[in-house]
Design a protein around this ligand. Sequence first.
Ligand code: SF4
Length: 428
Amino acid sequence: MSIRDKIPHLPEIYADSNINLLLRRAKENRTVDIEEYETTGGYSALRKALNKFTPEDIIVLVEESTLRGRGGAGFPTGRKWRFVIQNPKPRYLICNADESEPGTFKDRIIIERDPHLLIEGMIISAYAIGAEKGFIYIRGEYPAGYMILENAINEAYERGYLGKNILGTDFSFDLYVYRGAGAYICGEETALIESLEGRRGHPRLKPPYPPQVGLFGRPTVVNNVETLSNIPIIVTYEQYFMHIGPAGYYGPKLFPVSGKVKKPGVYESTMDITLNELIDIAGGPIGKPKAVFSGALGVYHPDEFDTPMDYSPKGFGGTGTTIVLNEEDCIIDSLIVIANFFHHESCGKCTPCRVGTYEQFNILKKFQEGTATEKDLDLLIHLGKNIPIGSICGLGYSAPNAIMDAIRKFRDEFEAHINGKCPGGVCF
Ligand code: SF4
């Protein structure tokens, strides 16, 4: 029985691209069966990697590719791999498939429509870093993705792509999929490792970093779904990969675009595209755009829509999450969604994060209800400056980002609410 028969409904995600590498199969036809994957060239990068390259060759290729982690932090993948191989075996490879930031749904499309691309990427990555065991940590809210991955892993074992002596070589690799219980904080790599080890998913103090002391105390690489799915493309194209996109930010990138655009979905592009061009690819805005929220990272004013979608200091960066607001939306109302998310997802370990995120939410509610004063605006700024100082992980560092950005760029919206008016006509 095919996996298609076991899963009654796979949600549709509209996807269109201006290049066709990561979404090549996903966009045209789901490739959840291994036969479909193989007939479209699948696992040829793995054959090439094992037959043509040493692990060091692949690490050099990835370093030259300038591939940055697509999970948000943008850390150079090759550098992370170089770091881990300096530490003794056994080493582990973990795929972070715990995508759950507001507006972020790009990894899902690979998991549900092209799972073998991720698996092939993981096998090649494990070969490069000398790992014999790997884990995919998938968010609990992706049940279809979990089933699809389990099925694909079983298929890969049956075909000799996983297990002992892969494709007749000395390299062996076992892969497991683990389902999270629905906590955003488990996307933080050390919390993810704690959770995989069977404990509560609380972040660890760093250093040491996972490439030094990771899963079960061993050197571990944690890469996200999109990052690992780029590896077969890098191995296939070798030096040609360095012609895809702008210098220093080579390769394809997925952008989840939602909100007030005509064709919300996941879009693949090179990173020389600007925010304006991305909105155009997504069918253009509905109404007059007022702002773009980049997930929880920050807020963009229309004056900044020429921002390049790369990882440069002036680039969009992060996961590429793009939520478009128009003039009928309210900045405060949208910030409340994000503030509520952080307050709900704070693990509670650090007091400034636990209490501060709750207070951010409460103060924004006062703006929404029309009872806020200038003092509340000052308090929001005070919290925004101080929550990151007393926090030990990325959630606490980034929880005030969107609010602080909005105060800088849309202060008039806050003032209007203090004066009893909601410019979008949403509040009160
Ligand atoms: S910063 Fe927040 S989420 Fe991170 S460990 Fe501290 S309390 Fe938990």
